[in-house]
Design a protein around this ligand. Structure first.
Ligand SMILES: Nc1ncnc2c1ncn2[C@@H]1O[C@H](COP(=O)(O)OP(=O)(O)O)[C@@H](O)[C@H]1O
Ligand SMILES: [Mg+2]
Length: 464
């Protein structure tokens, strides 16, 4: 049931239940306290009444010893008999100091020692007033209107005699009064209802306030969530647009690069058609057509190579061997008898990478460095380097060229960006792509002493 509920409703249910439990518990805990304070109050009234009556009707100390005498009976009857008129009185017993019943509204009890609680009697004899609600005791034969009485209010009050030679602290006897708790229970019930109404009302106001606050917070959270999801959607849309525009740019660049040689092919083919009578010229033009075609093929192959980067095969690779191999390959293929030296303080460094890709990336950096300063040496170094708390290695390629300006710096890794007449603008983006694939990065820096340094940083144990 709770699963299908909205959080504010669930909150409402739970808090309402808790408030109801709180109200009921408070009532149940409060009831006995109410009852006891009312009983205590009544006991005080009974005590004062008993003492006033005994004083008025001249009850004597000797009456408690010689209780069967006519005088004693008359004193007791006239003084304590009045108590029978107290509403709800079920039984009255008057005890002397020997715990013998000297007077009762039930004459058969006189002379007996009947009490269910001798300890209370003893306490009352000592002057302590005893008043309690006994829920388990029902005095038989006193059911009103056929309704059974549930529980009894028991009250033990000391009787003081004001004779010469006695002090108020000496109780000469104890009067025990048993009363029907119906009136009391009704009073308590009324008080309880009042208490429940007050607590319930306060609880309900509290509930409303809490519910309001909760709904407000919940609504705000919902609004924030929907705003966030809208933002995410917006962000995705922007990323998509960016992707599309990057693709458009890429396609435009490819088209631009292919267009030049293709225009050449068309022009030269037209020229060859016109000069078909001059085989020598046609041969020359065909050679140029072939050159332009080769250029187109190269462009297409370069594009295909970028695509190959997407696939990688990882293998534990000795990075120092990889650097040595790349330098040798570079010197052979770049067709420049160039000095590229390599230094490291590292022992053999093995890393799980795609050696073909890393070699390609490093080749691109060394190639650029050679072109930046063709007559100056290039320095390759292998070091360990911690980036943002991650351990890694860094292969840096330093040249003694002119470095790069801020405008170039902003576009270094943009595909097809080049400042060289015969450049293709793919060396750095490809190197960056490979580094990122391995969890690393390519860093470009201008050196203060002149020249530039391009470094491939790879996390140790990097897996793309
Ligand atoms: N070592 C370097 N020193 C100065 N500029 C460099 C260096 N390497 C690259 N660049 C700049 O970055 C551009 C892009 O390089 P790259 O992506 O390799 O393409 P390409 O080499 O075809 O121009 C270069 O045209 C050049 O302007
Ligand atoms: Mg390059």
């Amino acid at each position: 049931m709770f699963k299908t509920m909205t959080p504010p409703r669930m909150f409402a249910m739970v808090s309402l239940m808790m408030i109801i439990i709180m109200v009921v518990c408070t009532g149940l805990i409060q009831a006995p306290f109410f009852r006891q304070s009312i009983i205590d109050r009544e006991a005080v009234v009974v005590r004062d009444l008993v003492n006033a009556l005994s004083l008025e009707h001249g009850v004597l100390l000797s009456d408690f010893q010689d209780y069967s005498s006519g005088q004693a009976r008359q004193h007791f009857d006239s003084s304590f008999g009045t108590l029978k008129r107290l509403h709800g009185t079920a039984r009255i017993k008057v005890f002397n100091r020997d715990n013998i019943i000297v007077w009762s509204d039930d004459p058969t009890l006189v002379g007996t020692k009947r009490t269910a609680h001798p300890e209370r009697l003893a306490a009352a004899m000592r002057g302590e007033m005893q008043a309690l609600f006994n829920p388990s005791r029902n005095i038989s034969g006193i059911a009103e209107h056929g309704q059974p009485i549930i529980g009894t209010i028991e009250c033990y009050v000391p009787i003081y005699l004001h004779e010469i030679g006695t002090t108020r602290m000496d109780a000469m006897g104890v009067l025990s009064l048993y009363r029907d708790p119906k009136d009391l229970n009704q009073t308590i019930q009324k008080d309880m209802y009042l208490l429940w109404e007050v607590i319930g009302g306060a609880g309900f106001i509290l509930f409303l306030a809490l519910y309001k606050v909760f709904s407000l917070v919940y609504d705000r959270q919902k609004t924030a969530e929907s705003k966030f999801s809208k933002l995410t959607l917006e962000h995705e849309r922007i990323v998509q647009i960016e992707k599309m525009s990057a693709m458009g740019e890429l396609v435009g660049e490819i088209a631009h690069q292919l267009n030049n040689p293709l225009v050449g092919v068309i022009n030269m083919a037209q020229l060859a058609e016109r000069q078909v009578h001059d085989p020598q010229r046609v041969l020359e033009l065909l050679a140029q057509v072939r050159k332009a075609g080769t250029e187109c093929r190269d462009i297409v192959q370069r594009i295909l190579r970028i695509n190959q980067i997407s696939r990688s095969e990882l293998a534990p690779t000795d990075i120092q061997d990889l650097i040595h191999d790349t330098i040798t390959f570079c010197q052979q293929s770049v067709d420049l008898k160039h000095r590229v030296d390599f230094s490291t303080s590292q022992p053999k460094t093995a890393l799980t990478v795609d050696p073909v890709l890393i070699r390609q990336a490093l080749f691109n950096l060394i190639h650029n460095a050679i072109l930046a300063a063709p007559d100056k040496p290039v320095h390759v170094a292998l070091t360990t380097c911690n980036r943002d708390g991650v351990n890694g290695i860094q292969i840096s390629v330093t040249d003694a060229g002119d470095g790069f300006g801020p405008e170039v710096a902003a576009k270094l890794f943009k595909p097809f960006f080049t400042t060289r007449s015969n450049g293709n603008g793919l060396g750095l983006p490809v190197a960056q792509h490979i580094a990122i694939k391995h969890g690393g990065v390519v860093i470009a820096e201008n050196l203060t002493e002149g020249g530039a340094r391009f470094s491939i940083w790879l996390p140790t144990g990097a897996t793309p």
